[in-house]
Design a protein around this ligand. Structure first.
Ligand code: PEP
Ligand code: MG
Length: 824
C-alpha cells in the first residue's frame, strides 16, 4: 500500500508522458493520468468527473496526491474533490513533471501523504541548483516537513458568518500589503491551503464560525503579515466593528399579524404579495461574428477585465459617498473577485485552448461557481451571486453593451438599493412591491418606489438579499413588516386591509379632480411630484391640480450627453400636455449626492450631500443650466410653467441664477412671464425666508433635505431614519417661518417633500400656513380629502400645539389624535 498519484493535464498525452517518466524512476507506484477531454475536435481540456474517477482508481487506502498543470486543471481537481468520498486527497501545487517524479519516489518509499506532497514540491530543487539559482524558498508549503522558510500561525474564526465575503476580502487586502506569499487552510474541514491573494479561493475554503485556520507565510514580510492577520483575527476579521445590525426603527408600530420575518422601514403604502425577484444584471449573449486569434482574444479579455475593474472601483467610490458602506462593500468585494488572478488565468488558459474570450470567461466563472456549490454554508454559497454578477459585467464589456439590472419575472423586487437608473430600466408591469436591504424612507430609492405606486419596505437589512429566488414574500409598506412564506391567516388579513385601502382610495378618487377646500373655505392646491411621463399621466388621472415638482434630473437618466435644449422642450411640453392646463413647476437639474448624472461627471467628494449639488452644480456648469432655462422659457410661451431652483443656500446664488435666466430670456427673445421660486432645503434659507420671499415669486419647502440638514441625519441611511423625522418641531418651525414670510409678501408657499403626501399631517401643514402640497401622484385623492376634512381654524390650533412640542414623536401623537391635542 502506498500513496497514489493522479496527474491532471489539459493534454492526455502530457499526463500519460509524465506518468511514464515517473514510473521510470519509481517502478510500481500507482500513477493515474487524467488528461484531455473526450469531445471530438476538442481534445484539450480538463474534466472533473475524469479526475474523480482517477482519484478513485489511485487510492489504496493511504491517500492520493493530485498534481495539476494550468488554470482550469486546478478548478477541475477542486471540483473533483466534491465527487469523491472518504479518500484522503491532497491537491498539490508542485511543478507538474518534476513533482510527479519526486512524489512518486517518495510514495514508493512508503512516505505518508504529507511527506509525498512536500517531496513533490521540492521537485524543482535539483534543476534550480544545477542552473545556479537559489533553492526556491516558496516552493515549500505549510505541509512541508522542512518549515525553515515558512512561518505559520493558527487562528480561531469567531465571527458570526465565518470567512464570508467581507472578512475574506479583508484577509486578501491585508495579505496583499506585505512582501510575502501567504496561504490559508481550514484545519477543521481540511480544505486548502489556498493562496491568501485569491478571494474566491479563501471564500471557497468554507470556513465557518468555530473553525481554526492555519495561515502560513514565506518571504521577507512573513512575520509581519502573520502578525497583521493575527490582529485582524482578533477583531473577528473586522466583523467586530460591525455589530449585528439592530432591527431598524419602525416609526409606526401599527398592529401587524404575528409571524413577521423582517422589520424594515415603511416606504410606500399598501401591501404586496409575490415571489422574491432579485434584481440582477442581465445576461448578455456573446456577440455574433468570428473570434480573433488566441492572442487577440486573450488581450480582449484582459482589456474587458481591466475596464470592469475600473468601473467597479468608480461605482464603489460613488456608492461609498452616496449609498453607504454596505452597498460600497458589495462592489468592493466584486472588485476583489475580479482582481483574482486565478479567475483570469483560468479564462486565459481556456482561450489558449481555442475558446473565444466570452466563452472562456463564462467557463472560468462557472468553475468557481461549481466550487462554491460544494461549500457547506448558505451565506457563502450566496456569494455565487456576486461572482455571477462580476461574470456578467465582463461578458457585457466584451460585447460592448451597457449592463442593466432587471428581474426574472413578476413579483417583489429585492435589492441592496434601487438607484434611479434601475428604476428607470425596470418593467413596471413586473413590480408588485419593492424590498431593499438599505435605504431610508426619504432617500431617492424610496421616492422612486412611491412614484411607481407599489408598496415598498426599505432598510430591511442584508438578510433579505439571501432570500431564495421565487420564495413567496409579503411586505407591508405601511409598517415595514415583511413575512417570508406568509401563512393563510396573514394573507387573509392583508387581503382584507388591501381591499379596505383600495375602497378608501376609490372613494377619494371620485372627487379628486375637484378643488381641495377646507370646511371653512381655504383653498389648498394639491399638486403632484413627477419624475417621468408615466408619473405625469398618473398625476392627471389622480386629479392633481398641477405639478409642484418636476424632478427633471430623472427625465434624462442613463445618458452620456446632457439633454439638448430641443429634447428638454419636448419633454417638458409632454408633461404639461398630460396635465391638461395645470401649472408645471420645472425644477432645474438637481444632480449630485445620491442623484449622480453620468453626463455631468463630478469629482469625488467626501461629503457629497454638503457638496456641489443642485443649483451649486448648475452655477458651476452655466452652459448646462442656461440650456435648461432656455428650454423652460420656450415651453412657458405655450403652457403655464414655473421654474424652481434646488439646493439654494445664499441670496448670491439666487442672483447668479437670475442673471443666467435674464440672459437666457434675451437669447430666446421672449417676454413671457415665468414665475421663479426657490426650494427651502437648507436651513439658512428658512431662517432668511423673508429676504428670499422678497426676491422670488414662490417658495417650496423640500422637507426631505431640510430635515436631513436640520437634524444632521442622512436621508438615505436606515440607521438614522428615526432621527430624521420631518415632524420634528425644529423642522416645523422653519416651515412656519417660511410660510409667514411668504404670506407677508403674498406669495404661495408649498411643501413638496415626502411629508406632504402623508394625509395624517395635512391638517398640520395647512395650519402652519402652507398653501400648496405637492405629493406622489397616488396620494393626491387622499390628501385632497384630508384638506376637506379639516377646518383652517382647527388646523391652526394643531400647528400651534406642534410648535410647542419638543419631539417628533409628540407631534406624531398629536396629529393622530387631533382632538386630544387641541384640548390640551
Ligand atoms: C426635498 O428635498 O424635499 C425634495 C423634494 O427634493 P428631492 O427629494 O428631490 O431632493
Ligand atoms: Mg431635495
Amino acid at each position: 500500500m502506498a500513496v497514489g498519484i493522479v496527474l491532471v493535464s489539459h493534454s492526455a498525452a502530457v499526463a500519460r508522458g509524465a506518468a511514464e517518466l515517473a514510473r521510470e524512476m519509481a517502478g510500481d507506484v500507482v500513477l493515474e493520468p487524467a488528461g484531455g477531454l473526450d469531445e471530438p475536435g476538442e481534445p484539450l481540456g480538463t474534466d472533473a468527473v475524469r479526475v474523480a474517477e482517477a482519484i478513485g482508481r489511485a487510492d489504496s487506502g493511504d491517500g492520493v496526491l493530485v498534481l495539476m498543470d494550468l488554470g482550469s486543471a486546478v478548478l477541475s481537481a477542486e471540483t473533483a474533490l466534491d465527487l469523491v468520498d472518504g479518500i484522503d486527497v491532497a491537491l498539490c501545487d508542485a511543478p507538474f513533471v518534476e513533482g510527479a517524479v519526486a512524489g512518486a519516489v517518495a510514495a514508493q518509499a512508503g512516505e505518508p501523504l504529507a511527506a509525498v506532497a512536500a517531496e513533490a514540491r521540492r521537485g524543482l530543487a535539483a534543476k534550480t541548483a544545477h542552473l545556479g539559482g537559489d533553492e526556491p524558498a516558496d516552493e515549500a508549503t505549510p505541509d512541508d516537513d522542512d518549515r525553515r522558510s515558512w512561518r505559520r500561525v493558527e487562528l480561531d474564526v469567531t465571527n458570526r458568518l465565518g470567512l464570508h465575503g467581507r472578512p475574506a476580502a479583508r484577509i486578501v487586502r491585508t495579505a496583499a500589503r506585505f512582501d510575502a506569499e501567504v496561504r490559508v487552510a481550514d484545519l477543521d474541514n481540511g480544505n486548502g491551503p489556498v493562496s491568501a491573494r485569491s478571494l474566491a479561493s479563501v471564500m471557497a475554503l468554507g470556513v465557518v464560525r468555530g473553525h481554526r485556520i492555519e495561515v502560513s507565510a514565506a518571504g521577507p514580510g512573513a512575520a509581519e503579515v502573520l502578525e497583521a492577520l493575527g490582529a485582524l483575527a482578533a477583531t473577528g476579521f473586522g466583523d467586530e466593528a460591525e455589530p449585528e445590525p439592530a432591527p431598524p426603527p419602525v416609526r409606526t408600530p401599527a398592529a401587524v399579524p404575528d409571524g413577521v420575518t423582517f422589520r424594515g422601514l415603511a416606504a410606500a403604502p399598501g401591501s404586496a404579495l409575490g415571489p422574491v425577484r432579485h434584481l440582477r444584471l442581465t445576461d448578455v449573449p456573446d456577440p455574433d461574428g468570428s473570434p480573433g486569434t488566441r492572442d487577440e482574444e486573450a488581450q480582449r479579455l484582459r482589456t474587458a477585465v481591466g475596464d470592469v475593474g475600473r468601473e467597479l472601483a468608480a461605482a464603489r467610490d460613488d456608492a461609498a459617498a452616496t449609498l453607504g458602506a454596505e452597498a460600497a462593500d458589495i462592489l468592493e468585494m466584486q472588485a476583489l473577485l475580479l482582481d483574482d488572478a486565478a479567475l483570469l488565468d483560468a479564462a486565459v488558459a481556456r482561450v489558449g485552448e481555442g475558446e473565444p474570450a466570452g466563452r472562456a470567461w463564462r467557463g472560468a466563472v462557472a468553475g468557481v461557481v461549481t466550487a462554491y456549490a460544494g461549500v457547506d454554508d448558505d451565506y457563502q454559497r450566496a456569494r455565487v451571486d456576486d461572482i455571477e454578477d462580476v461574470g456578467r459585467r465582463v461578458v457585457a464589456a466584451l460585447a460592448g453593451v451597457p449592463v442593466r439590472r432587471t428581474v426574472s419575472g413578476p413579483g417583489v423586487v429585492v435589492a441592496e438599493v434601487l438607484g434611479p437608473a434601475d428604476t428607470a430600466a425596470l418593467d413596471r408591469s413586473l413590480v408588485r412591491g419593492i424590498l431593499t436591504a438599505s435605504g431610508a424612507p426619504t432617500g431617492h430609492a424610496a421616492i422612486l418606489a412611491r412614484a411607481l405606486g407599489v408598496p415598498a419596505v426599505v432598510g430591511a437589512g442584508e438578510a433579505v438579499l439571501r432570500l431564495d429566488e421565487a420564495q413567496p414574500v409579503l411586505l407591508d409598506g405601511d409598517t415595514g413588516a415583511v413575512y417570508v412564506q406568509p401563512d393563510r391567516t396573514v394573507r387573509r388579513e392583508y387581503e382584507r386591509r388591501q381591499a379596505a385601502a383600495g375602497a378608501a382610495h376609490d372613494a377619494a378618487l371620485l372627487t379628486a379632480t375637484e378643488p381641495a377646500v377646507t370646511s371653512d373655505g381655504v383653498r389648498i392646491t394639491v399638486e403632484a411630484n413627477v419624475g417621468s411621463l408615466a408619473d405625469a399621466s398618473d398625476a392627471a388621472r389622480q386629479g392633481a391640480d398641477g405639478v409642484g415638482l418636476l424632478r427633471t434630473e430623472f427625465l434624462f437618466l442613463g445618458r452620456d450627453e446632457p439633454p439638448t435644449e430641443d429634447e428638454q422642450v419636448e419633454a417638458y411640453t409632454a408633461v404639461a400636455v398630460r396635465l391638461g392646463g395645470g401649472v408645471v413647476t420645472v425644477r432645474t437639474l438637481d444632480v449630485g449626492a445620491d442623484k449622480p448624472a453620468p453626463y455631468l461627471r463630478q469629482a469625488r467628494e467626501d461629503n457629497p450631500f454638503l457638496g456641489v449639488r443642485g443649483l451649486r452644480l448648475g452655477l458651476a456648469r452655466p452652459d448646462v443650466l442656461s440650456t435648461q432655462l432656455r428650454a423652460v422659457l420656450r415651453v412657458a410661451a405655450d403652457h403655464p410653467v414655473r421654474v424652481m431652483f434646488p439646493m439654494v443656500s445664499s441670496l448670491d446664488e439666487l442672483d447668479e441664477a437670475s442673471a443666467l435666466l435674464d440672459r437666457a430670456r434675451a437669447e430666446v427673445g421672449t417676454g413671457v412671464h415665468l414665475p421663479v421660486g426657490v426650494m427651502v432645503e437648507v436651513p439658512a434659507v428658512g431662517l432668511l425666508a423673508e429676504a428670499f420671499a422678497e426676491r422670488v415669486d414662490f417658495l417650496s419647502v423640500g422637507t426631505n433635505d431640510l430635515t436631513q440638514y436640520v437634524l444632521a441625519a442622512d436621508r438615505g441611511n436606515a440607521g438614522v431614519a428615526a432621527l430624521g423625522d420631518a415632524c420634528h418641531p425644529a423642522v416645523l418651525a422653519l416651515v412656519r417661518r417660511t410660510a409667514l414670510a411668504a404670506r407677508d409678501r403674498d406669495r404661495p408657499v408649498a411643501v413638496c417633500g415626502e411629508l406632504a403626501g402623508d394625509p395624517t399631517v395635512t391638517s398640520l401643514l395647512v395650519g402652519l400656513g402652507v398653501t400648496e402640497l405637492s405629493v406622489v401622484p397616488t396620494a393626491v385623492p387622499l390628501v385632497k380629502q384630508a384638506v376637506r376634512a379639516t377646518s383652517y381654524a382647527d388646523a391652526t390650533r394643531l400647528a400651534e400645539q406642534a410648535l410647542r412640542r419638543r419631539t417628533a414623536a409628540e407631534v406624531r401623537r398629536d396629529v393622530s389624535e387631533p382632538q386630544r391635542a387641541m384640548t390640551r
